[in-house]
Ligand binder design. Structure first.
Ligand SMILES: N[C@@H](CCC(=O)N[C@@H](CS)C(=O)NCC(=O)O)C(=O)O
Length: 264
C-alpha cells in the first residue's frame, strides 16, 4: 500500500469504557456512528474486555509502555499507530476525545470559529450531564444513593426548577441564533457536529431520568424538542444505531429514574 493511500485510510479506533451501560462512552459512540466510522468497543465486544478498563485506570500506573500518561477515568480512546514513534496513542476525558476525533471524522465544523463553538457547546452539554448525575449523588460519588436521599431530593428539585430551564433555554437560543444556517437542526453551522450528538444524548437521558418534568416543559423549547431532537435521531448512521441492540438502555448510570426525584 502506498504511503499516500495509507494516509487516507482511517486508523483503527478502540473505545475503552465500562461495558453494559451507555455512560460517558456513549458520547464517543454516537460520534463514530454519526460519522459512519468503525471502532471497536473493547469492553462490550471482547471477553475479558473489562480488563482494558481496569488496567487503564490502575491506581499504581504511571503510564503505559507506549509512552502514554496514566488515564484518570474512562472513557479513553486508543489509536494504534498514532502515538509517539508509531506506537498507540491513548487519550482520555470525553471532550478531549471528541475534539481530537471531531476533525478527523468530519464532525468538528468548517473553520476555527465553528470548531471553538462546537467545543464550547459540548462542554456546556457535558456540564448539564454532570449536574444530572449529581442529583442522585449530591454528597459523595462513593456512597449509595440510598445514603444521600434527603440531599438528592433538594438537589434534584433545584436542578429541575432552575438548572434544567437555564441550560435548555440557553440551547434553544443557540439554535434560534443559528436558524438561518442550521434550520433548528444544528447548534453550529449547517451540518451535524459532535456538539449536536452530545446534547442529543443528554436530552434523551433527561427524558429517561425526569419523564414528568420533561413532559411538562417540552413545549417551552420548540426547536430543541422539535427540529433538533427529531433530526439528530434520524441522521444516517445514528438512526440505525439507535434501533440496534448495540445501543445500551439507560439504567443505573449517570441518568437514573428515581420517581421521587421527578416532578410530582
Ligand atoms: N470528566 C470526565 C469524567 C470521567 C468519569 O467520571 N468517568 C466515570 C465513568 S462515566 C468513572 O468511571 N469515574 C471514576 C472516577 O471518577 O473515580 C470525562 O468526561 O471523561
Amino acid at each position: 500500500m502506498s504511503s499516500n493511500k495509507k494516509a487516507r485510510t482511517q486508523p483503527s479506533y478502540e473505545l475503552v469504557y465500562w461495558p453494559g451501560i451507555p455512560g460517558r462512552g456513549e458520547f464517543i459512540r454516537l460520534a463514530f456512528e454519526a460519522a459512519g466510522v468503525s471502532y471497536k468497543d473493547v469492553a462490550n465486544e471482547s471477553k475479558d474486555g473489562i480488563k482494558s478498563v481496569t488496567s487503564l485506570i490502575a491506581q499504581e500506573s504511571t503510564g503505559d509502555s507506549d509512552g502514554n500518561p496514566p488515564a484518570f477515568a474512562p472513557p479513553a480512546l486508543r489509536i494504534p499507530g498514532e502515538g509517539r514513534n508509531g506506537k498507540a496513542l491513548v487519550i482520555y476525558q470525553t471532550p478531549s476525545i471528541l475534539s481530537y476525533l471531531g476533525d478527523k471524522i468530519g464532525l468538528a465544523g468548517n473553520d476555527e470559529a465553528e470548531k471553538a463553538w462546537i467545543l464550547s457547546h459540548t462542554l456546556t452539554a457535558l456540564d448539564l450531564n454532570n449536574e444530572a448525575h449529581d442529583t442522585h449523588h449530591p454528597v459523595a460519588v462513593s456512597k449509595y444513593y440510598e445514603d444521600q436521599k434527603e440531599e438528592s431530593l433538594k438537589r434534584a428539585t433545584d436542578f429541575r426548577e432552575n438548572r434544567i430551564p437555564k441550560f435548555l433555554g440557553f440551547f434553544e437560543r443557540v439554535l434560534k441564533g443559528n436558524q438561518e444556517q442550521g434550520k433548528g437542526k444544528y447548534l453550529v453551522g449547517d451540518k451535524l457536529s459532535y456538539a449536536d450528538t452530545t446534547l442529543w444524548h443528554v436530552l434523551s437521558g433527561l427524558e429517561f431520568a425526569f419523564p414528568q418534568e420533561i413532559k411538562a416543559i417540552k413545549g417551552d423549547y420548540d426547536l430543541l424538542f422539535g427540529a433538533f431532537y427529531d433530526s439528530v435521531k434520524e441522521q444516517n448512521g445514528l438512526k440505525e444505531y439507535l434501533a440496534s441492540d448495540r445501543r445500551q438502555p439507560f439504567s443505573m448510570g449517570i441518568f437514573r429514574h428515581y420517581p421521587e426525584l421527578d416532578r410530582q
